[in-house]
Design a protein around this ligand. Structure first.
Ligand SMILES: [Zn+2]
Length: 273
């Protein structure tokens, strides 16, 4: 298993997980190169809510989804609020939030579907993208794990929603944990560290680390371990192990870019036959 950054065309790159094979799904995690947004959103900003020109964002979305062979006009994207709501979407939701943020799926931080060809799109800048693929029941999902979503176990809740809606067996579920701020750069306050100690008593030493006496969080592991706690197999979880703050020439980083910046997208669709 390996996470790689692949060049598609015109300086457009995608991060991809080797276990998410093209016979089952099409996917890509964007970087910040290859788009048309101007500073401070340069250049492949995928989010409508950060103050960038909506027409520019639409051009970026078209570039990336077309390069993947997907229809940008069908993409479904939510208004992400650092909550723990998971929504099942289908053909009826095609296009929600594609060009108009007001029309996005309201207050939702994870989407799941079994509709072939329907691109799910969520946006990130330091928060953890968690991608799900159930090869047996042909279903997918994406969750947004910032610190709040992670401590509220949105990854578990997404897997459980897939279990409920599609019959997904955690034992067979494939997961990819994408680029996000790493423990190297993610210093937090004691109050946040305490919430994680309480939520993950069995894994505290792997999630809350101390560097120079200050707590640092490992969101990658917090999301991986909460999935293993409900039966997802370690060997089925691919980790990008890539810090968006260390590598912010490649990725948007809310922290490293000082707040006002663009967003990467995680894009995932079931292959259409
Ligand atoms: Zn780092």
């Amino acid at each position: 298993m390996s996470f790689v950054l692949e060049h598609m065309r015109d300086n457009l790159w995608r991060g991809k997980f080797s276990s998410f094979t093209e016979d089952l799904c099409v996917h890509g995690l964007t970087g910040r190169l290859g788009g048309v947004s101007k500073k401070p959103y340069d250049s492949l900003n995928m989010a409508l809510h950060v103050g960038d020109d909506p027409q520019t964002v639409w051009q970026n979305r078209q570039r990336f989804l077309h390069a993947l062979g997907l229809k940008p006009e069908n993409m479904v994207t939510p208004e992400q609020v650092h909550g723990d709501a998971v929504m099942r979407v289908g053909a009826a939701e095609a296009g929600r939030g594609a060009r108009d943020y007001a029309d996005a799926i309201a207050a939702t931080d994870a989407l799941i579907t079994d509709e072939p060809g329907l691109p799910l799109v969520l946006c990130f800048a330091d928060c953890t993208p968690i991608l799900f693929l159930d090869p047996e029941h042909r279903a997918i999902g994406i969750a947004h794990g910032g610190w709040k979503g992670t401590v509220n176990k949105i990854a578990q809740k997404t897997a459980q929603a897939m279990q409920r809606e599609f019959g997904t067996n955690p034992d067979e579920l494939l997961v990819g944990i994408g680029p996000a701020i790493g423990p190297c750069c993610y210093e937090v306050g004691e109050n946040v560290a305490d919430e994680f100690r309480q939520a993950f008593p069995a894994h505290e030493d792997k999630i809350v680390l101390a560097e120079d006496g200050k707590p640092h969080l490992n969101l990658w592991q917090a999301n991986r371990l909460q999935l293993m706690d409900i039966g997802v197999r370690s060997e089925n979880i691919e980790m990008a192990d890539t810090c968006t703050a260390c590598k912010h020439q490649w990725f948007y980083s809310y922290r490293a870019d000082g707040g006002t910046t663009g967003r990467m997208a995680a894009v995932l669709a079931l292959t259409k036959y």
